[in-house]
Design a protein around this ligand. Structure first.
Ligand code: SAH
Length: 216
């Protein structure tokens, strides 16, 4: 599939939706999203929609991926250092991240998807992407501190381990459920770790798969 034209039009739509960071748009334009979905879904790969990737999980919408990456990058002039991604899924967002930062540590709790991501990413030969199998609620202490942490699954609260593993001056972007009474209602939360402490900003509503503990 020669996807460069459809990818360019996807990027143009993201820009129309308000994604302004040229680094993010460029990275979104580089990654062939159709390589991360099943053959039957290839025709939909460049639409702004989430798609099933197996085991009840989904690849996030390009609009949401680019929005979160833009938030992660806000206020940073150059490339970011180490980034931790919770929820590798099919590996798509990890591939986009690889063009935006020095090192990507991406953790997945489902063995089947961890293996699938490894398979999907082989083609791209991204030497700065490190795929880890484990419970991302614990973060990944060995790679800490992180310049940024980005979660693709939403829980009731941001795990303390993520805050601990975030560098001072770092930023975390994650979906968080609005309250115990409505677990389905999530919002994007941005947490900045400064030398004065934490600053939390609640952004727009989002729909992510649930953050679960342990591995399967
Ligand atoms: N960024 C992915 C999105 C995958 S969906 C992509 O581009 O395809 C979110 C993923 O988070 C799912 O695969 C789910 O299994 C995973 N997940 C949920 N809770 C997790 C946890 N505690 N640790 C690691 N991964 C988790």
């Amino acid at each position: 599939m020669d996807s460069s034209a459809v990818r360019l039009s996807m990027v143009a739509k993201l820009a129309q939706q308000g994604i302004a960071d040229p680094r993010v748009l460029q990275a979104m334009g580089r990654v062939e999203r159709h390589r991360f979905v099943d053959t039957a879904l290839v025709n939909q790969a460049y639409e702004d929609t989430s798609l099933p990737i197996g085991l009840g999980q989904t690849i996030s919408k390009p609009g949401v991926v680019s929005r979160m990456l833009e938030l992660l990058y806000q206020g940073h002039a150059g490339q970011l250092g180490r980034i931790l991604e919770i929820g590798t899924g099919c590996g798509y967002q990890a591939a986009v991240l690889s063009y935006l930062c020095k090192e990507v540590y991406s953790i997945e709790r489902l063995r089947g998807l961890h293996d699938k991501a490894r398979e999907n990413l082989r083609h791209f030969r991204l030497v700065n992407v490190h795929l880890l199998f484990g419970d991302g609620m614990l973060g990944y202490a060995k790679g800490a501190p992180y310049a940024g942490i980005i979660a693709a699954a939403g829980g009731d609260a941001v795990p303390q381990a993520w805050i601990d593993q975030l560098a001072v001056g770092g930023r975390l972007v994650a979906p968080v459920s609005a309250g115990a009474t409505s677990p389905a209602r999530q919002a994007l939360v941005v947490i900045d770790k400064t030398s004065q402490g934490l600053r939390q900003t609640v952004m727009e509503a989002v729909h992510f798969v649930p953050l679960k503990s342990g591995v399967d």
